[in-house]
Write a new protein. Sequence first.
Length: 473
Amino acid sequence: MTPAIPPALERPHFVGIGGAGMSGIAKILARRGAAVSGSDSRDSATATALRSAGARVHVGHAAEQLAPDATAVVVSSAIRPDNPELAEAARRGLPVVHRSDALAALMADHRAIAVAGTHGKTTTTSMLAVALTALGLAPSYAIGGDLDAPGSNAEHGDGDLFVAEADESDRSFHRYAPEVAVVLNVELDHHANYASMEEIYESFVTFADRVVPGGTLVVNADQAGARELTARLAGRDGLRIVTYGDAPEADVRVTRLVPAGLTSDVTVELPAGEGGAGREELTFRVSVPGRHYAHNAVAALAAGVAAGVPAAGLAAALGTYTGVRRRLQVKGEAGGVQVIDSYAHHPTEMSADIEALRGAAEQAGGRVLIVFQPHLFSRTRELGTEMGQALALADASLVLEIYPAREDPLPGVTSALILDAARTAGADVRPAPDRDAVADTVAGMAKPGDLVVTMGAGDVTDLGPVILARLGA
């Protein structure tokens, strides 16, 4: 049976409907039978996919695009108060629903698994959604990135499980009430919304306290911030804590990781299943390289098991995951050079991806060449030094100008902060102020066996096909 649609969401209008989080919710509502409309600043493959799902999608923002019979306007934190459709909703007295409240309403009649953390959410959520689908459990899911095609970031399934990313950036993950919550890591980020690490911890504690009584928190046993969170939650009534990682005391422990090109084989030891005693060992393949992604898969395994999915079947199903767009996604090969796209924009993510790719490149006798685009002025101001240090792990890097997204420039904050830090750390790095010249520059640097990586959360991804074309010319 199709779950009921909340009355306010029967005819919702999404401002910014093409966004990763917004488009998934819109798709699920359309699949449930809601009359969905929305607008975005530009047309896109995601907008086309939403139209195929039955949504009306406008290009550009205008008050008249808000239908006379709209029941609510759905927004994200990125929508500015002066947006004309939002202003029109206020004039009419229509409810304005935050994206996270809409997602919470969709999850309310399911057994929810919510995946949180400073980084790794999209990959881990995707792995779990793909594996549960492969097992025939027909989950619903909402992911912050497309699995294999535009519009594949969400699905309305007939099963009782709902897997979703839980975004800490604006504290919106406080609105969910999951049966299983996952915390991959806890680090300082989102500087416009959090002033200190203490505020970050308080926010994650609130998220953990939202787990339904008798539910489970799956948390990283290796990362310092996650360990601190576990300590703060010790003794919580009604909350079961399951840890995972390399640590000897981890409940789900990684005992072996074997790289295999752009994949890896991971072995874990975990408590035996229902009716068993002691611990069991499982080995499965992960489709992306490196420790970071292997641990994402182990977190997905632990979460699924906590929700009652048998471990052996789930581990095998995780092997069917073939990646998500922009998460070490292979874009193609030309002239013996592979071009890969990475969404990494936080220094920890950058370091993890570069180290993983170095292992794969070394097996082929090649190098790792990075085309990096910093994301947000505020993040660059606070973490620019660490970004530069991460780039020192690559063989050579080009650094584009900062992608502003929703932010206005900050005095003195430019890509030079990253370049200076990278050079101090011994990196081979150069500025790339002329975006149109990047493909030619890369073609002059790259040799057969090299991996070229477009890295960042902005539109640097668009350079991948251009670089491939130039390499193949």
